[in-house]
Ligand binder design. Structure first.
Ligand code: WT7
Length: 632
C-alpha cells in the first residue's frame, strides 16, 4: 500500500486478507473484473442475473430509466414464491431443510421445502377465501415464528401487498401504518415471547384497529394452547382454522415485474413514517443476486440472519433471498443474552451455522460480556460473518474477526437501506477488508461521496453518500406520497441521496459515518426525531419537545429529549416517568428516551425550526458550527 497523506484520514491503513481459497471459490471471484464488466454493460450485467431465476414470461426490455423513475424487466411476468418454493420442490431440494426455527424457550421446528410450500399454499388459499385479492394490503404484525414467514410468502403467492410491522411497535405506530396503507386484513398472534416473558400482540392490534376503519378481518395465530385467547368471529379468524381443509396447491398469481410487491415503513424526518414501495421483478433479482454473491451462498450452507423479518433485513435476507437460493435458513425468536449471553453461540454450535449475519450493537454487547461466552462453544462451522444496520467500528470488527471468526472468516459489513431493498456497499468475499469501512459498491451498483452539487469530493474528505445509477431493487415510490419519492433523487442533482455522511479512501473504500438528517439509529433501529417529539408533545403537560441522538458505546446512539412544559406544569420525576410511558405505549420500547431534560427555551432558527444541531453540540461540548440562522 502507498502511504496515505490525507490529513483527514490519518489512521494507518490496515487491511485484513482472508485466505486465497475464499476468493478462488467465490461466486464473485474477481471483484475488479466483475465491476469492470458491470460498468461496461450495466444492462447486460443485470440481465445475466435475471437469467438465474424462472419467469412466467420474459422481459421486453431490462431497464427503462425515465429519471427519477426506473422500470426493470419491463413486460416480464413472475411470482417470487415460484422461485422461493416451487422451483426447489421440483428439484433435488424438495426434502432439503428450508427453515429451522428456535423459539424463545429453546423449542425447535423444522420445515422442509416441500412442507413450507404446502403450508404457504394452504394459507394463501385461506387468504383468498377471505376475499383477499391481488393488490390488497395485508398487515403482518407477528413475533418471529415460522408462520410470520408463511404469512409473507402467502401474500406474495396471491399478489397481496404485505406491510410487515415489527412486533415491537406500539398501538399508535400500528394504527398510523394500518391507515396509511388502507389495510384490509391484519395477521397477528396472541403473544410473542421475549426473555421468557409473554408480550401480548393481539391486545395491541385490537386497540390499534379501533381507529383503522379499512381493516375488515384479523387473523390470529394462537400460540397459548392452554389458555387460548377468544376469537370474536364477527371480526376475527384463527390462523390454523383458516388453513384447515384448504388444498395444498395454490396457483401463484401472475405478477407483472413492476406490480407493487410490498410496503415497508421507515422513519422519515417528518413525524410521518414513509411507506417504501418495492416492485416484484427488480426486487426479486436484486435480492437473489446479493444473497448469492455477497454471502457467497453455497448449497450446503446453514445460514442465520438474526434480524426480525419485520425489518427490511429480514425481508430480503431472512425470507426472500435465502429461500430463492435454496438455502437452509435459521430463524430465532430469542434474544442474544437469554437465557445467558452464550445463547447465540450455542445455536451456531447446535445447528452448524456457516453464515452468520448480525448487527454491530449485538457484537458490542458480546464484547462487553466477554470472550468466555463464545469460547464455551465450537464455532468452527462458521465460514462467513456479516454485519448490518450501523457502522461496524474497528474495535468491534477486530473482536468479531478474532473471537468469533477465529481470524479465518471474512466479514461482510453491508451498507444498505429499506429504500435500496438490497445490499449496496460491502467488501466482497476474499477481497482485503479495511476495518471501519464497509467497502466498495458491489458489482451492479454505482455509489459515490459527493458535495451538495453532486460532484465527487476528493478521497479522505467527508461528503454525502449517493447512488448514481438506478438498481433493480430500488424503491419505486413512497406509498401515497410520490413527492417524497422524488426528493430522494432531486435533492442532489442526478443522484439518489441516501441521507448518510461518508468518506471514501484513495482505494475507493467507503466509511459510513452516520445520518446527515433527523434520524437516529439506536441499536440498529431507525428512529425519527419527529416521531418521538410528537409522541412527547401529545402529552397534556408538554408544550414543545426536541430530541437528539447522543453517542452510546453499546447502542450506537441513545435518545435525549428536551422538553418545555406548558404554563402551570412543574417538572418532576413522576412527569418524566409519564413521558417515558407515553413514548413506550405510542411508539414502542425501542424509541424510549434514556434522558429527559426540562428546559425553558429551545434554540430555533428565525423561521421557527428547532436547531437540533445546536442542542447536540451543547450536549457534547463541541463547536455548534454556523449560528447565523439562530434566533436569540
Ligand atoms: C440506515 C438504513 C438495511 C439495513 C437495516 C437498516 C444505516 C445500515 C450500515 C452499515 C453503516 C449502516 C445507515 C442507513 N446503516 N447499514 N453497514 N454501515 N451504516 O435499514 O432502517 O432503512 O436504515 O442504516 O445510516 O442509511 P434502515
Amino acid at each position: 500500500m502507498e502511504e496515505d497523506f490525507d490529513v483527514r484520514l490519518v489512521e494507518e491503513v490496515k487491511y485484513y486478507r482472508p485466505a486465497p481459497e475464499y476468493r478462488k471459490n467465490a461466486w464473485t471471484d474477481d471483484y475488479e473484473r466483475a465491476y469492470a464488466e458491470f460498468l461496461a454493460d450495466p444492462v447486460g450485467f443485470w440481465e445475466r442475473q435475471a437469467h438465474h431465476l424462472e419467469w412466467f414470461r420474459p422481459w421486453d426490455s431490462v431497464r427503462e430509466w425515465d429519471y427519477p423513475y426506473a422500470r426493470w424487466f419491463v413486460g416480464a411476468k413472475l411470482n417470487i414464491t415460484h422461485n422461493c418454493l416451487d422451483r426447489h420442490v421440483a428439484d433435488h431440494r424438495r426434502n432439503k431443510v428450508a427453515l429451522i426455527w428456535r423459539g424463545d424457550e429453546g423449542e425447535e421446528r423444522i420445515y422442509t421445502y416441500y412442507k413450507l410450500w404446502r403450508e404457504v399454499n394452504r394459507f394463501a388459499n385461506g387468504l383468498r377465501s377471505l376475499g383477499v385479492k391481488k393488490g390488497d394490503r395485508v398487515c403482518i404484525y407477528m413475533p418471529v415464528v415460522p408462520e410470520q414467514a408463511i404469512a409473507m410468502l402467502a401474500c406474495a403467492r396471491i399478489g397481496a401487498v404485505h406491510s410487515v410491522v415489527f412486533g415491537g411497535f406500539g398501538a399508535q405506530a400500528l394504527t398510523t401504518r394500518l391507515n396509511d396503507a388502507e389495510t384490509k386484513v391484519v395477521i397477528t398472534a396472541d403473544i410473542g415471547y421475549r426473555r421468557g416473558k409473554r408480550i401480548p400482540l393481539i391486545t395491541i392490534v385490537e386497540d390499534a384497529v379501533i381507529d383503522a376503519p379499512s381493516v375488515e378481518r384479523i387473523v390470529i395465530l394462537r400460540r397459548q394452547q392452554e389458555y387460548p385467547v377468544d376469537i370474536h368471529p364477527e371480526r376475527e379468524t384463527d390462523f390454523y382454522e383458516l388453513m384447515e381443509g384448504q388444498p395444498f396447491e395454490c396457483a401463484p398469481e401472475v405478477m407483472d415485474a413492476e406490480d407493487p410487491f410490498f410496503i415497508l415503513y421507515t422513519s422519515g424526518s417528518t413525524g410521518k413514517p414513509k411507506g417504501i414501495v418495492h416492485a416484484c421483478g427488480g426486487y426479486m433479482v436484486g435480492a437473489h443476486y446479493t444473497t448469492r454473491h455477497v454471502f457467497d451462498f453455497k448449497d450446503n450452507d446453514v445460514y442465520w440472519c438474526t434480524a426480525d423479518p419485520g425489518w427490511i433485513t429480514g425481508h430480503t435476507y431472512v425470507v426472500y433471498g435465502p429461500l430463492m437460493v435454496g438455502g437452509t435458513v435459521v430463524l430465532v425468536e430469542g434474544t442474544p443474552d437469554y437465557p445467558d449471553p452464550g445463547a447465540f453461540w450455542k445455536i451456531i454450535e447446535d445447528l452448524g451455522v456457516t453464515i452468520f449475519y448480525t448487527a454491530p450493537t449485538a457484537i458490542r454487547m458480546f464484547m462487553k460480556v466477554g470472550e468466555q461466552w463464545p469460547d464455551k462453544y465450537d464455532l468452527r462451522s462458521l465460514r462467513v460473518l456479516g454485519s448490518v444496520g450501523e457502522p461496524l467500528n474497528p474495535e468491534a470488527f477486530e473482536w468479531y474477526y478474532r473471537v468469533i471468526g477465529k481470524g479465518r472468516c471474512p466479514i461482510v459489513d453491508t451498507w444498505w437501506q429499506t429504500e435500496t431493498g438490497m445490499q449496496m456497499i460491502t467488501t466482497m468475499i476474499g477481497e482485503p477488508m479495511r476495518p471501519g469501512f464497509a467497502g466498495r459498491p458491489i458489482p451492479g451498483v454505482v455509489a459515490d461521496v459527493v458535495n451538495k452539487a453532486g460532484e465527487s469530493v476528493p478521497a479522505g474528505t467527508g461528503g454525502l453518500l449517493v447512488i448514481r445509477e438506478p438498481w433493480p431493487a430500488m424503491l419505486r415510490t413512497v406509498y401515497g406520497d410520490d413527492a417524497r419519492y422524488r426528493q430522494y433523487w432531486e435533492t442532489v442533482p442526478g443522484c439518489y441521496l441516501a441521507g448518510d455522511l461518508a468518506i471514501k479512501d484513495k482505494d475507493g473504500y467507503i466509511m459510513v459515518i452516520g445520518r446527515a438528517d433527523d434520524l437516529i439509529i439506536v441499536s440498529g433501529h431507525n428512529i425519527g426525531t419527529a416521531e418521538v417529539e410528537s409522541a412527547l408533545v401529545s402529552h397534556h403537560a408538554v408544550a414543545e419537545a426536541a430530541v437528539i441522538g447522543k453517542p452510546d458505546p453499546l447502542k450506537g446512539n441513545q435518545i435525549k429529549a428536551f422538553v418545555i412544559l406548558k404554563l402551570g406544569q412543574a417538572p418532576s420525576e413522576r412527569l418524566k416517568n409519564d413521558l417515558v410511558y407515553q413514548v413506550r405505549m405510542m411508539l414502542g420500547p425501542f424509541a424510549v428516551p434514556s434522558e429527559i431534560e426540562f428546559v425553558d427555551t429551545l434554540p430555533k432558527t428565525r423561521s421557527g425550526k428547532i436547531m437540533r444541531r445546536v442542542l447536540k453540540a451543547r450536549e457534547l461540548g463541541v463547536d455548534p458550527g454556523d449560528l447565523s440562522t439562530l434566533e436569540e
